[in-house]
Write a protein of this length. Structure first.
Ligand code: MRU
Length: 380
């Protein structure tokens, strides 16, 4: 079992599953393609290894890919003792590698958000440092901070989400919550977002049952979320994606909570393919549908979800079993459409749970995510 409570993901995490094991100069990523049957960590030595690990789904989940990308480059430059260039050379080296890492997967904004923030750190370091080594040092420290911050932010999401859900609970019994894809420890630096809310509800004795979808075609739900739920001893049931509507019709779901890869300024949310149909089913059955995501998943440059780039993945994920990793199951010659994500319109979302509180709608169909974010910055 992939247990690690001693690496630098924020110290006291207890025995939670860890996809990212990092210490200065060394990065190991849990190969999520092999879970739940095998626990194998891959050594990531540089940005190229990081790019391949993200593209090939060794590591996945919006926050985890951003942090893994940043740390892969941190490991690369940690071995640059003999770098002979100027501070500007160091800065352009880092910026070029960050652009390269961002090209690995397009939909999750966390990756480009991390790259933008790291470039700011690099620029500030160039303005004040005289040696290339100091630029690399500043980069490593900033990348390492992202790892720590993500765990803290997930715990805050869990706490805000659990409090909010309990407050809006209609029945006196515990809540039954349906989730999609994997948004837990494996998709983040630790703890998780939507799954973090489920964990917090469970810890507070307020969870009746978690339902997780298989999440075809890559099966993040049956392979990863089910693995985490069993590991955490949370009462949980796996369902086929196509069973969600029937489950809701039977009155067995009190709320749906999913993660996000990119939230537009109006609250439209890109997340794992199938999220949109869950939101439609939830609306039909009068069940609240929530998004849980850190503010690093928010993209204020997009006014709506219309312009979110949706990654299309290999046909093999559908043609072969185990999300493309197993034997052929589909008829040879069939053409395939395999979008990895879809966009759920804001009007189907009841609230967006962040590490700074829950963004609620004020009477309209859309959220004012920008006002929420600016308020936090003290700018309005
Ligand atoms: O293709 P994946 O596995 O990277 O997709 C992951 C999701 O869609 C998650 O719901 C999202 O990234 C949030 S993870 C906290």
């Amino acid at each position: 079992m992939a247990l690690d409570s001693s690496s630098s993901n924020g110290g006291n995490m207890g025995a939670t599953l860890q996809s990212i094991c990092y210490e200065r100069g060394s990065l190991r990523l849990l190969d999520q393609r092999k879970l739940p049957l095998e626990t194998v960590y891959l050594d990531i030595k540089d940005a190229t290894d990081g790019w391949n690990a993200i593209k090939d789904m060794v590591v996945r989940g919006a926050p985890a890919i951003a942090i893994a990308a940043a740390l892969s480059l941190a490991v690369e430059v940690s071995h640059f003792d003999a770098f002979s260039g100027t501070t500007n050379d160091a800065a352009s080296f880092l910026a070029g590698k960050l652009d390269y890492l961002v090209s690995s997967r397009p939909t999750a904004v966390n990756l480009s958000d991390a790259a933008t923030k790291l470039k700011e750190v690099i620029s500030d370091a160039v303005a004040s440092a005289s040696k290339a080594k100091s630029i690399f040092q500043a980069y490593m420290e900033a990348a390492e901070l992202m790892l720590k911050d993500d765990v803290a932010s997930n715990k805050a999401i869990g706490s805000y989400g659990a409090t909010f859900l309990k407050l809006h609970q209609k029945s006196s019994k515990g809540l039954s919550v349906l989730t999609h894809c994997n948004t837990g420890s494996l998709a983040t630096a630790g703890y998780g977002t939507a799954l973090g809310v489920i964990r917090a509800l469970h810890m507070e004795g307020a969870l009746e049952r978690a339902y997780c979808t298989e999440t075809r075609p890559f099966n993040q739900g049956s392979r990863l979320t089910a693995f985490e739920l069993v590991h955490e001893r949370i009462p949980a049931t796996l369902i086929a994606d196509s069973a969600a509507a029937a489950l809701m019709k039977e009155g067995r779901v009190d709320a749906v909570i999913v993660g996000a890869d990119r939230v537009a300024a109006n609250g439209d949310t890109a997340n794992k393919i199938g999220t949109y149909s869950l939101a439609l089913c939830a609306r039909h059955h009068g069940i609240p549908f929530y998004v849980a995501a850190p503010l690093t998943s928010v993209d204020l440059s997009l006014s709506s979800g219309q312009d979110i780039v949706i990654e299309e993945r290999s046909a093999k994920e559908l043609l072969n079993s185990r999300g493309g990793l197993g034997e052929q199951v589909a008829a040879s010659g069939i053409s395939v459409w395999n979008p990895a994500f879809d966009v759920t319109p804001a009007n189907l979302i009841a609230g967006i749970i962040t590490e700074k509180g829950v963004i609620a709608k004020k009477g309209s169909d859309a959220f004012d995510v920008k006002a929420f974010a600016l308020q936090l910055d003290g700018k309005c």
